[in-house]
Design a protein around this ligand. Structure first.
Ligand SMILES: *Cc1c(COP(=O)(O)O)cnc(C)c1O
Length: 169
């Protein structure tokens, strides 16, 4: 009932997708596996830009997928990836931008989205710590091409262990 596409898992996926306002929510056994499966599914080649300040799983999940990472410094005030530093770092070898919505806050989404569009690079958010957060009235989870939540017991909303990918794609 609680795992492997059981009735409650399906129901929770539907409810989360509805609340976030996205087409799809796929539950996983934890946030780390959710990140790994997201990047595997997108089949990326090249470097992934990640913030230099995050929980270790953000980068571990990418390294376990064999994806090289490039650390981007955070902004002193927001503690999230600094959009200016992102733009400086982008090259033809950049596979994706993967900022972290840390401590229940949200990144400077509009600026980052503009950069993602300008360079045609997918934007994914590690929103493990930001379930229920909004950015200018829009739920975190609906902002990136896909986003990841963790539902570990230490997070804002939890299922004991668990995680999800939410996306319109
Ligand atoms: C907790 C967390 C994860 C990993 O989630 P788990 O469910 O513990 O695997 C990934 N990224 C960030 C930023 C986290 O806080």
């Amino acid at each position: 009932m609680f795992t492997n596409q059981g009735a409650f898992v399906r129901k929770l996926e539907e409810r989360i997708a509805h609340e976030i306002g996205v087409k799809h929510c796929a539950m996983f056994c934890n946030g780390t596996i959710a990140i790994m499966c997201l990047f595997k599914a997108w089949d990326l080649k090249g470097k992934v830009l990640v913030p230099s300040f995050t929980f270790a799983a953000t980068t571990q999940a990418l390294l376990w997928q064999g994806l090289p990472i490039q650390f981007i410094d955070i902004h002193q005030k927001t503690l999230t990836m600094d959009p200016e530093r992102i733009e400086e770092a982008i090259t033809s070898d950049t596979a994706a931008i993967f900022p972290v919505n840390i401590f229940g806050t949200c990144c400077e989404h509009e600026k980052i989205l503009e950069i993602a569009h300008k360079y045609n690079v997918p934007l994914f958010y590690d929103s493990a710590q930001a379930f229920g957060t909004q950015y200018k009235g829009m739920p975190v989870g609906s902002l990136g091409d896909a986003e990841v939540f963790s539902f570990h017991a230490t997070k804002l909303f939890h299922t004991g262990e668990g995680g999800a990918v939410v996306t319109n794609n």
